[in-house]
Ligand binder design. Structure first.
Ligand code: DGY
Length: 334
């Protein structure tokens, strides 16, 4: 915005690097303070930089908690560049009538693709075999070399049948899989029929599935949803996929289960305390690891950033943003 006066425009903090078009769009409507250096702002630095802003466009690595909100008297909207929003204290936002938004929809297919990447990768031991080739260890073809397990015709169990869970289930049709799901509510009958999916209890899903895929948001209710007891109910041949949030799985229990052969393998895109994952994962061959890249395709990350920017601008303009998480922030009379 070279030379243009920005006086009078609402101030927005963009906490981490975004795409040029995201900034251009924001700058049409706001005075932008952008952390394009992309070094995560720590608690105090974040609070100091956010203090005079009306909007924060943030990422899942930023903790937008009650203490930070307290430091921002003019804050009107927190726009997360993520569908998950466990990094935001939503009740604290609502109490202050600050709108909070997320980016649902635009990342469903990319995130489902990554869950499938992990499933196929763990089933066919793709990281192990790649390491084997790179190490120069391949001396020739053998019948019993690197035996994996079939994905086709296996039973897929999806825990959390929202949009991403459904996108994962849709892909299963091409692999002739049986699909089970566990969800608080039954999905519409028409969707169940289309996905050929049956709702079962968590226990039944764990006992029957060859692949268990987690797609629930993280919250106190889903903290360690999968721990030692649940892992022990799974088939010893089963594969667990966590591409939702760290903390939904008890990672220490998972390390033990992978080590002891309680389950066959795992594919993980998210971890407790990431990026400081349990170092024992690195010693295990039967786990495929990815650094929280579920939604990371160029098109999807661009769409997520722009969705967040549009949510922020809508809120600042006095409209209800398209992806408002806390409608009570607008309707409640406090
Ligand atoms: C989300 O949007 O919550 C994803 O985890 C980001 O990759």
């Amino acid at each position: 915005m070279k030379g243009e006066s920005v006086k009078g425009k609402p101030k927005v903090l963009v906490t981490r690097e975004v795409f040029d078009e995201t900034l251009e769009y924001l700058r049409e409507h706001c005075e932008v303070d952008a952390n394009q250096g992309d070094v995560a702002l720590t608690g105090e630095a974040l609070a100091a930089r956010a203090a005079d802003k009306e909007a924060i466009v943030c990422s899942l690595t930023d903790r937008i908690d009650a203490a930070l909100i307290e430091r921002c008297p003019g804050l009107r909207v927190v726009a997360n560049i993520a569908v998950g929003y466990n990094n935001i204290d939503v009740p604290a936002c609502t109490a202050r009538r600050i709108m909070a938004t997320n980016t649902p929809g635009v990342l469903d297919d990319s995130t489902a693709d990554l869950a499938w990447t992990l499933m196929l990768g763990a089933a066919r031991r793709i990281t192990e075999v790649e390491r084997y080739i790179r190490n120069g260890d391949w001396k020739g073809w053998r019948l019993k070399q690197w035996l994996g397990v079939d994905v086709h015709h296996a039973t897929l169990g999806i825990i959390g049948m929202g949009r991403i869970g459904q996108a994962i289930a849709r892909r299963a049709a091409g692999f002739d899989m049986r699909v089970l799901y566990h969800n608080r509510n039954r999905v519409a009958e028409g969707i169940e029929a289309k996905l050929n999916a049956s709702r079962v209890s968590l226990d039944e899903l764990l006992r029957q599935s060859d692949f268990v895929v987690l797609q629930v948001p993280y919250s106190p209710d889903t903290h360690h949803l999968i721990g030692a007891a649940e892992l022990s109910k799974m088939k010893p041949t089963a594969i667990l996929i966590n591409s939702t949030r760290g903390g939904v799985v008890d990672d220490d229990a998972l390390v033990a289960a992978l080590k002891n052969g309680t389950i066959r393998a795992a594919g993980l895109d998210v971890f407790e305390n990431e990026p400081k994952l349990n170092p024992l994962f690195l010693e295990l061959d039967n786990v495929v690891l990815a650094p929280h890249v579920g939604s990371s395709t160029e098109a999807t990350r661009r769409a997520m950033a722009m969705t967040a920017a549009k949510n922020a601008v809508a809120a600042l303009g006095g409209a209800k943003p398209p992806n408002l998480i806390n409608p009570d922030a607008v309707t409640s009379k406090t």
